[in-house]
Structure formats: structure tokens, C-alpha cells
Design a protein around this ligand. Structure first.
Ligand SMILES: [Fe+2]
Ligand SMILES: [Fe+2]
Length: 164
């Protein structure tokens, strides 16, 4: 059993995680289209990760015998100016998601919902890693700039950095 406010926030977070998945899938297509298979693979893996994030909350809501609502997932951008813009967007998006997670956590605290706080703690920790990864790769992308041979090597390196 969950408080109505908490249930609403959790359902919104399921949608936000699916939107993240969708956004990364779009970025994966953009990278694939520009012959950047390493970045495309990274983004596709992230698409899978974000779906797992959504499903973890989905399962929790069901475990609490509450109803999941699955409203439409907003359309993500399909056009990016550059690889750097993709990584700027990624980093900004993860920072935004962190703020959403913190709001859900704060609400669970206010409502004295200890189980939801436990669930959200996992996301708080996960977001630290997600932001760190995004900012590290953004810095590398900035470093190589438009040097095509450096981009080629970074593309290979980035997929290996995820163990693929
Ligand atoms: Fe996520
Ligand atoms: Fe994420």
C-alpha cells in the first residue's frame, strides 16, 4: 500500500525512465547513421539500462499491490548538431533525472514511506555513476573536437569501456 502522492510520483518516474530509454535509442540511431558504431553500442546499452530502471519501479509498484499507469512516452529528439551536442544533452539529461529522483526520495521521506526510500536509495547511488560516466565521456569528446582520427579511436574506446 502506498500513499497516493508517492504512487503518482513513482508512476511519473517509470515514465521518465522509459523516456530516457527512448532518448538513448534515438541517440543510438544518430550515432549509427554517422558511422560511430562504438557510440551507437554505448547508447543502445544505455537504452536497455533505462528500461531496467523503469521496470524496477514497475515491479515495486505491483509488489505494493498498486496500479501502474503507463501514459504515452514523449517523442525524443532525432536531430543533433554534433557528437558533442549528444553528450552535452546526455549529461544535462542525467542531471535532470537526478533532480527527479531526489524529489521522489524527498517525498517518500515526508510521507514517512521507508520502503520507497529504500528503493529510491538505489537510484540516488545509480545517478552518481550515470552523471560521472556522462561527464567523463563529454570531456573526452570535447578534447578530440573535430579530429576525425581521434573520434575514430574514441568510438572504439567508448564501447570497450562498457565491456562490450
Ligand atoms: Fe535511469
Ligand atoms: Fe540514466
Amino acid at each position: 500500500m502506498l500513499k497516493k502522492t508517492v504512487l503518482k510520483a513513482l508512476n511519473a518516474q517509470i515514465n521518465a525512465e522509459f523516456f530516457s530509454a527512448y532518448m538513448y535509442l534515438g541517440m543510438s540511431a544518430w550515432c549509427e547513421d554517422r558511422n560511430l558504431p562504438g557510440f551507437a553500442a554505448w547508447m543502445r546499452k544505455q537504452f536497455e539500462e533505462e528500461q531496467k530502471h523503469a521496470l524496477k519501479i514497475f515491479d515495486y509498484v505491483l509488489e505494493q499491490n498498486e496500479a501502474v499507469s503507463l501514459p504515452p512516452i514523449a517523442q525524443p529528439p532525432a536531430v543533433y548538431k554534433s557528437l558533442q551536442e549528444i553528450w552535452e544533452e546526455t549529461y544535462a539529461h542525467e542531471q535532470h533525472v537526478t533532480s527527479l529522483i531526489h524529489k521522489v526520495y524527498a517525498l517518500a521521506m515526508k510521507e514517512q514511506d521507508f520502503a520507497t526510500q529504500g528503493l529510491m536509495q538505489w537510484y540516488v547511488t545509480e545517478q552518481v555513476e550515470e552523471e560521472q560516466q556522462a561527464s567523463a565521456i563529454l570531456e573526452q569528446v570535447k578534447m578530440v573536437g573535430t579530429n576525425s582520427s581521434a573520434i575514430f579511436f574514441l568510438d572504439r574506446h567508448v564501447s570497450k569501456s562498457r565491456g562490450e
